[in-house]
Design a protein around this ligand. Sequence first.
Ligand code: NDP
Length: 271
Amino acid sequence: MDRYVVAGNPVSHSLSPEIHARFAASLGEQIEYGRLLVPEGGFDLHLARFFEQGGCGANVTLPFKVDAFRFAADASARAKRAGAANFLALRAGRIECDNTDGAGLVADLSRNLGLRLAGARILLLGAGGAARGVIAPLLAQSPGSLVIANRTVARAGALARLFGDLGPVEACALDAVGPRAFDIVINATSTSTKGEALALGPGIIGEGGFAYDMAYGACAKPFVAAALAAGARASDGLGMLVEQAAESYFLWRGGRPETAALLAQLRARFA
Ligand code: NDP
């Protein structure tokens, strides 16, 4: 049976094994998808062993997305742009990497949530690994503008320069945003996951806007609730998780799983 894993630290909480088992069942395929807990500094050793022992592919999560990019012999254009990968596949004896986070985010925003990205004024909060992976896919949707705001402004500036040839992208410090109207505000900071407050100026998320937290479940609730209270619509990042998994499954196996029913069931569980 074809074997896959989600590799990270921690991985015990990961929904990926369940999501991929459901995808496989829905497509009438049989796969084995497990968790691989990788110790700090042990990424290359553990992943090399997994592939030597017959593994076909891996999803990679915190804190190893840059290690995954460096580990692979070949990288897709979007992984090269991001300098980080959440997807590994063994093909013809070579390890390839890709980054499906951006495709997952764009699919969730546009298809599941019905948002129009073309022409939209987008604010991306954060300049870490997750932000890095979604900038090129967002710019490919032709937004009106993309502002990257980060606590450490130099990191936002570096990303704006790196992706500046792909579209209208600019950088600023987190505490220097606004007052300015945004259609979509995406929280790609780790504040929700860490249970920290995100210090945003007033009026940045408001009526007519849409606020999206890449975190999901209980930890995303304060951000989502604050956006709803300010009159915006809002979502957590559960759909992004499911959609990036669907993109991974498609890249590995060629079949594209349906996501709507699974997403609805997971959402009910996290409600
Ligand atoms: P990183 O650690 O790489 O980046 C963290 C970012 O958060 C940095 O920009 C950092 O700013 C900022 N930050 C941290 N603490 C604070 C704070 N107190 N105030 C303001 N900004 C802060 O994390 P990732 O980019 O990998 O992950 C970010 C989030 O995205 C996580 O919640 C993760 O779970 C989620 N995610 C969800 C996915 C999904 O499929 N739904 C996929 C990938 C990620 P600074 O540079 O100043 O340190």
